[in-house]
Ligand binder design. Structure first.
Ligand code: SF4
Length: 384
């Protein structure tokens, strides 16, 4: 990172390593003061956020949720560029990831490409292929999820066809140099849980692109569907447990928690047998009242199977049932990141060895920064 973007005296004044500092920034979010116009609101996964380049890292920072509105981190515009401040004190220059060129295109039937897929971080093309979910009823939906919001707001379409996705992938690869693709889905039924439709989408993309693709869905009833997805051309799979504490799962996911942790662990075994070690990941949201002991035991058990536990802080998203919840504290998150990074190292798993998906991208979490600290055995400042 050049001096323009990182001032060591400022770093010392914060008194934390880059990794620790990123934890705090991702937890508290960023007051953008109207300087960032195109943050993503609603949708599956983390949202109400914006991608920024910090040195050679791309990170997703909350800019629209409640914590961001009162964050000590803020943006100001100067003649030299946008400056990230902490309580009014300059930290560094930051660059928002530029709006991708493919956003300006539309399909022949007039659907803007960015209603079919969006850019995550700086080089990930992401799409929710089926935007509806059988679990979206008011008393059934996952309390952290905003999958219905972007559909209601008209920012996306309910179902993306395989042909539309292939068209957008071609454009995003040619115009914006995307490096990987993530396809997720709402859950359309209790049987294949969207896996068969994901396979159709992957097959269509494979006709036009060799980029690595992660598919994300609930564990399908039929274990044979992992091979179907792999044969279609999927590179990795995300089976998102959301929490390793069954009490929290029941409280936060009234419907999805009917798929028990034991079902997930059985699915992990089957998926790793097909996709390989480090090519299966699970999403673990922290700060929902979970037991730390159960969380660490779950991460360790998943990692022993070969599954990368991608831990992220709760993002209280606008419009969700948790929109007024507080995110976890930075101390809590840092402790978890350190322990999970040690688990990953001892099991020979890493973000770098993952070929596609959230584990590979890492922009919503500080975990990969703690992996680097763990590998270097260093508590010192990470050199960007
Ligand atoms: S970590 Fe996952 S959800 Fe976050 S930006 Fe990357 S691909 Fe998207």
């Amino acid at each position: 990172m050049d001096e323009k973007h990182w001032d060591r005296s400022d770093e010392d004044s914060i008194g934390q390593s880059y990794a620790s500092w990123l934890v705090d920034l991702q937890n508290k979010g960023l007051r953008s003061n109207g300087l960032i116009k195109d943050s993503r609101r609603g949708g599956a996964g983390p949202s109400d956020d914006r991608a920024f380049v910090l040195g050679d890292h791309s990170v997703m920072l909350p800019t629209l949720n409640g914590p961001a509105e009162s964050s000590p981190y803020s943006l100001v515009s100067t003649d030299s560029g946008l400056v990230l401040q902490y309580e009014g004190k300059k930290l560094m220059y930051v660059d928002p990831v530029a709006r991708p060129k493919f956003y300006d295109r539309s399909t022949t039937d007039g659907i803007p490409y960015n209603k079919i897929a969006v850019l995550h971080s700086s080089d990930v093309l992401a799409s929710t292929v089926i935007q509806s979910c059988i679990r979206w009823a008011p008393n059934q939906r996952c309390k952290f999820c905003a999958i219905g919001q972007s559909l209601e707001a008209g920012n996306t379409i309910a179902r993306k066809t395989p042909e539309q996705l292939a068209e957008v992938v071609q454009a995003a690869e040619a115009l914006d140099g995307i490096k990987q693709i993530t396809l997720t889905t709402g859950t359309p039924n209790e049987l294949d849980r969207g896996a068969l439709y994901l396979a159709e989408c992957v097959k269509a993309i494979r006709k036009v692109s060799r980029l690595p693709i992660q598919v994300q869905c609930e564990p399908p009833e039929d274990d044979g569907l992992y091979q179907v997805l792999k044969d279609a051309g999927a590179t990795t799979i995300g089976l998102h447990v959301e929490s390793f504490d069954e009490n929290v799962r029941r409280a936060m996911m009234p419907s999805k928690s009917s798929i028990t942790l034991e079902t997930y662990f059985a699915a992990f075994e089957k998926a790793v047998a097909v996709f390989g070690k480090n090519q299966v990941s699970t999403y673990v949201i922290l700060g929902m009242g979970e037991s730390l002991e159960k969380t660490m035991a779950g991460c360790a058990r998943a990692a022993q199977i070969g599954v990368y536990p991608f831990v992220v802080p709760l993002r209280p998203l606008g419009g969700t049932l948790l929109e007024n919840a507080a995110p976890p504290t930075s101390d809590y998150m840092e402790g978890v990141y350190r322990q999970v990074a040690a688990i990953l190292a001892s099991e020979g798993l890493s973000s770098a060895a993952s070929e596609a998906g959230c584990a590979k991208c890492g922009a919503c979490s500080a975990l990969s920064s703690f992996e680097k600290l763990e590998l270097s055995g260093s508590e010192s400042y990470e050199k960007l």
